[in-house]
Design a protein around this ligand. Structure first.
Ligand code: C2O
Ligand code: CU
Length: 453
């Protein structure tokens, strides 16, 4: 198995302190955005200049209970404007964090914005900027947003792995070639260094007999993961935050922005090690880390069945009454790139129904207008030679076809030259983004607005 370019084994794994704004706090909790330095690749190499929420990558793990209200003041100390988008949350449109569409950008060098909204659905979500995303996410701006069930299932540990990748040079500096034409017109910016919770990890320590709820978040600009847990049989219990009937997860495929909750039962013996392998790009498979069993007796020897999570209150589409639309995603290398993509600063490469939309074009006429309360089925056609994880804001949809058929969520990964169908109730008023979550594709045309009125 060819192994990933590994600068050095990270030894002492930095732990992420939970950041739990108490309900009784008088002051609004602050999420400060600034440049920072972080040891991504091990102590023998220099630290990397990153952009970070609260000084670290990933940003603080925000944990709430279902039904609670999130309130946070974002303070932007960057030299760039930004916004924060709360990926997958069904929230009021004005809190969605889309620049020029739902809010003005949060100004560079001192801008502030307070986000406040209820958290209707339990699950694994995340937050990230929605402005200049290829660079802002590529430099480290993202964090987990966990909404716990009112009665969470019994597990020994509830752990988040934020998966991301970086394009680093030999001095562990970020290569600043964001939005180069090669990346934008092909698979997006795929890095050369994969981190789990902000560092290369040699191992993840477990104990024999332990039951772990592992929440996987793909926060990469463009990389797709396919994780295999050697000698383990993880059970999938939720996808994109939404519960599924527990079933063998097999290889866990996660496109950019997608999440999976798995139950990892540690059935091997004390002192053993087992690889977690990512082989989505088969010629470039690598070992993500080892599950390292402590030299302790087992916590238990028999495991109950994986828990079934209570369903969320997100509405389910009425397929018989649904109105249908087709949306075609086009463009890219080896495809029908729109004219005018060569030269110039704002190259448009990708299209939605034949039209390329730039980030600064927000406020353009919506692609579709939905009647509030009505059910819709969208047939999403990938007419390109590339993968596209297509994300709809403000709603939870049911995936009817494609590789995610049978699950609900907010992002659907569509393989080259295939199609998927999503169904949802357009119950959340406002203008919402529908876009590819390969951030370089999004920023070079593959996005649109849909209106719920
Ligand atoms: Cu996670 Cu419009 O994005
Ligand atoms: Cu795409």
């Amino acid at each position: 198995m060819p192994s990933r370019r590994r600068f050095l084994a990270a030894s002492a794994a930095a732990t992420i302190a939970p950041w739990m704004p108490g309900r009784a706090l008088a002051r609004t909790p602050v999420l400060r955005i600034a440049a920072a330095r972080q040891q991504l690749v091990g102590a023998a190499h220099p630290a990397t200049d990153v952009w970070a929420y609260e000084g670290r990558v990933p940003g603080p793990e925000l944990r709430f209970k279902q039904g609670e209200r999130l309130r946070v003041e974002v303070q932007n100390a960057l030299e760039a404007e930004t916004t924060v988008h709360w990926h997958g949350i069904r929230l009021p449109n004005a809190m969605d964090g889309v620049p020029h569409l739902t809010q003005e950008p949060i100004a560079a060098r001192g801008g502030r914005f307070t986000y406040e909204f209820d958290l209707p659905d339990a699950g694994t979500y995340w937050y990230h900027p929605h402005l200049g995303s290829p660079e802002q996410v590529g430099r480290g701006l993202y964090g987990a947003l966990i909404v716990e069930e009112r009665e969470p299932p019994q597990v020994d540990r509830d752990v988040v792995w934020v998966l991301s990748d970086w394009r680093l040079d030999r001095e562990a500096r970020i290569v600043p070639d964001f939005m180069n034409f090669m990346d934008a017109s092909h698979a997006g910016r795929i890095g050369n260094t994969v981190t789990v919770n902000g560092a290369i990890r040699e191992k993840f320590a477990v104990r024999a007999g332990e039951r772990i709820r592992l929440r996987l978040i793909n926060a990469s600009n463009a990389r797709i993961y396919r994780l295999r847990f050697e000698n383990h049989e993880p059970q999938l219990i939720a996808f994109d935050g939404q519960p599924v009937a527990p079933a063998a997860a097999g290889r866990v495929v996660l496109g950019p922005a997608q999440r999976a909750d798995i139950i990892l039962d540690c059935r091997n013996t004390a002192g053993t090690r087992h690889r977690v392998i990512d082989d989505f790009y088969e010629q470039r498979a690598y070992r993500l880390l080892d599950l390292a069993y402590a030299n302790e007796g087992p916590l238990r020897t028999a495991f109950p069945p994986a828990p079934r999570l209570p369903s969320n209150p997100a509405p389910v589409a009425n397929l018989a009454a649904a109105e249908r639309h087709q949306i075609v995603f086009g463009g890219g290398m080896m495809g029908n790139m729109p004219g005018g993509m060569t030269g110039g600063e704002r190259r448009m490469i990708w299209t939605v129904n034949g039209k390329a939309t730039a980030e600064h074009d927000h406020g353009h006429a919506p692609l579709l207008t939905f009647s509030r309360g009505r059910s819709y089925v969208l047939e999403l056609v990938n007419d390109t030679a590339w993968h596209h994880p297509i994300h709809l804001h403000g709603h939870v949809f049911q995936a009817l076809g494609g590789r995610q058929a049978g699950t609900s969520g907010d992002t659907v990964l569509i393989d080259p030259r295939t199609r998927a169908e999503i169904a949802f109730v357009a119950d959340n008023p406002g203008d919402w983004m529908l876009h590819c979550h390969v951030l370089e594709h999004q920023a070079s045309g593959m996005m649109a607005t849909v209106r719920v009125a």
